[in-house]
Ligand binder design. Structure first.
Ligand code: BYC
Length: 327
């Protein structure tokens, strides 16, 4: 379906003087701030991307949180708790960035809970063993960093600034995942097999995180012209493969792709075909864990209603006291 949609070059369409001035600011790398004029499409695209990103951080806590109670040592447990908490923080920075575009937190959450807004495909896969926590840190956070480092330079000020802190924390996450994999890969034959099995299951879904191939990407051309995206999906996917293959070799693990080979001419690894049918099934809600993830999220939101109400009542009381003191 996506492949059949027509992409237009935003610069070839007729543009108003306001739009022209806006594009000139983007071309000069001047950041756009919340109160600046912006085309409605720019605002909507940002809300879509930032909120999808925020939802991914929040839903992304679930597969790993599943292992907090079963982490193999106290140290691993403490590290994993810190990582999962970091993801909650990332969600909050990103919801705040989206809110600067005139959309409320309630609206954003409602879109997630009713299935209207997407979150990353990767979080619809199960975490079956402890090695999956390592593979998520190494591969999923690794892919996230590859995508998010350029976003620190994106054109929208609040989003680009949120990404700076997020990227710092994601690199710690990636290192902790690699460390888990390194320990397992250097352990007993059974531990090494567990690491290999996790790599086998997470490799292809990690490549899908970067989105559909450029030829089928609906939003890339416009988002790149607006500097909401700085690189194409395929470009970042290739960078990720090039960076990760030597890391797998260092671990003594094998990437589950018989077509993977170094291409001297291109200066990149060639890799096998991605199962895009699987990707579209997962983002359409038919992945292995979509229902479980959404049900868990909705239940957590409903269970937390009393707490949100309490916070609001407390804030209202404080404001009332301040008003009285000032009168
Ligand atoms: N999953 O035109 P395209 C993390 C959708 S990491 C689900 O190329 P775009 C974390 C896309 O939304 C993950 N849906 O889209 C890591 C669009 O559908 P709609 C979060 C996907 O936006 C570790 C359609 O496919 N990172 O948070 O130009 C621990 C066509 O695609 C996916 C971000 O969100 C996918 N993988 O490019 C915890 C980074 N890929 O919206 C947490 C910011 C595509 O028209 N986002 N779709 O219905 C981006 O950079 C871009 O949005 C993407 C997609 C590269 C993901």
């Amino acid at each position: 379906m996506y492949a059949q949609m027509v992409k237009t070059d935003p610069r070839s369409a007729e543009i108003t003087p306001e739009e022209e001035a806006f594009q000139a600011r983007l071309d000069a790398d001047v950041k756009i701030e919340p109160k600046d004029w912006m085309p409605e499409g720019y605002r909507k695209t940002l809300v879509r991307q930032i909120s999808q990103h925020a939802h991914s951080e929040i839903v992304g806590q679930l597969p790993e949180a599943n292992w907090i109670s079963r982490a193999p040592t106290l140290e691993r447990k403490a590290i994993l708790i810190a990582k999962v908490q970091d993801e909650a923080g990332h969600g909050l920075y990103l919801y705040c960035a989206a809110e600067t575009l005139g959309v409320s937190r309630e609206q954003l959450l409602d879109q997630l809970h009713t299935g209207k807004a997407k979150y990353s495909s990767i979080f619809n896969y199960p975490t079956l063993t402890w090695a999956d926590v390592g593979a998520i840190g190494w591969l999923v956070d690794g892919a996230a960093i590859m995508n998010q480092v350029p976003l620190q330079r994106c054109s929208y000020g609040p989003y680009s600034r949120a990404m700076i802190r997020i990227c710092k924390e994601e690199s710690f996450h990636q290192r902790q995942g690699f460390d888990i994999m390194a320990k397992l890969a250097a352990g007993t034959a059974e531990q090494k097999a567990m690491a290999q099995d996790a790599l086998n299951r997470w490799w292809w879904p990690s490549l899908m995180m970067f989105g559909p191939p450029d030829a089928d990407s609906v939003h890339s051309a416009q988002s790149m012209a607006w500097k909401i995206k700085l690189n194409s999906n395929d470009e970042l996917r290739q960078r990720f493969v090039d960076q990760t293959v030597p890391q797998a070799r260092h671990l003594g693990l094998e990437i589950p792709d018989p077509d993977l080979r170094w291409n001297e001419e291109r200066g990149h690894y060639d890799f096998g075909a991605i199962d895009w049918d699987e990707f579209y099934r997962v983002i359409a809600g038919q992945g292995p864990c979509n229902k479980e993830r959404l049900d868990t999220r909705v239940k957590a939101h409903e269970d937390g209603a009393w707490y949100r109400e309490g916070l609001q009542a407390h804030a209202a009381k404080k404001a009332e006291r301040r008003r009285k003191a000032a009168a």
